[in-house]
Design a protein around this ligand. Sequence first.
Ligand SMILES: *Cc1c(COP(=O)(O)O)cnc(C)c1O
Length: 222
Amino acid sequence: MSIAQNLQCITAQLPQGVRLVAVSKFHPVDKVMEAYNAGQRIFGENRAQELAAKAPQMPTDIEWHFIGHLQKNKVRMIMPWASTIQSIDSIQLLQLVNKEAARIDHHVNVLLQLHVAKEQTKSGFSIDEVLKAAEEGAFNNLSNVTICGVMAMATFTDDMNQVASEFELVHNTFLSLRDKHFAGNPAFKEISMGMSDDWPVAVKHGATLVRIGTDIFGAREY
Ligand SMILES: *Cc1c(COP(=O)(O)O)cnc(C)c1O
């Protein structure tokens, strides 16, 4: 099937209110343009250099989401391009992103990445850490950043019960953060979870953003 057909097939299955991030990492600009021409406007990249190289070659009405581990020395590189940084995994990074956004008079949306998977290699706040940081006021008084919700990846496994329980944990953590620390803040509304192998499960557990690459563009060539 073509990229346009893949997109259509996925978006037809997404409930209202769930948005698709087309993960274009490792795919060349002409493939990304195929998705754009089929109407897709939100794209996700996980490497700073790749985003900074691709974004200037693409139409300006694209919403670029940064979804990979962000090194501190790469924040400046992506700042002009990212409308949302989904992968905020420390308070230090959050503060640096705020500072760099202010430096170029820019505003950026961010998500707090939660670590719920079994693999230690996946980054993010533990549930305890994120709740404690919220308690301590770490998410207050950020002039150039809006915290819009949470992001997570499930364990890479065929066990969909495991995956479902991790997504449920993300959902519950989102709810406690929203009700205790972001009450009255309508911007805090996003749960980004679900990839090619598990997005239907994520949607069942409250995802508002799904991040899909392979099912749209095919396998990546590393
Ligand atoms: C690559 C990537 C995806 C997309 O994965 P697919 O399995 O190709 O759909 C989603 N989220 C993150 C954080 C990724 O790095």
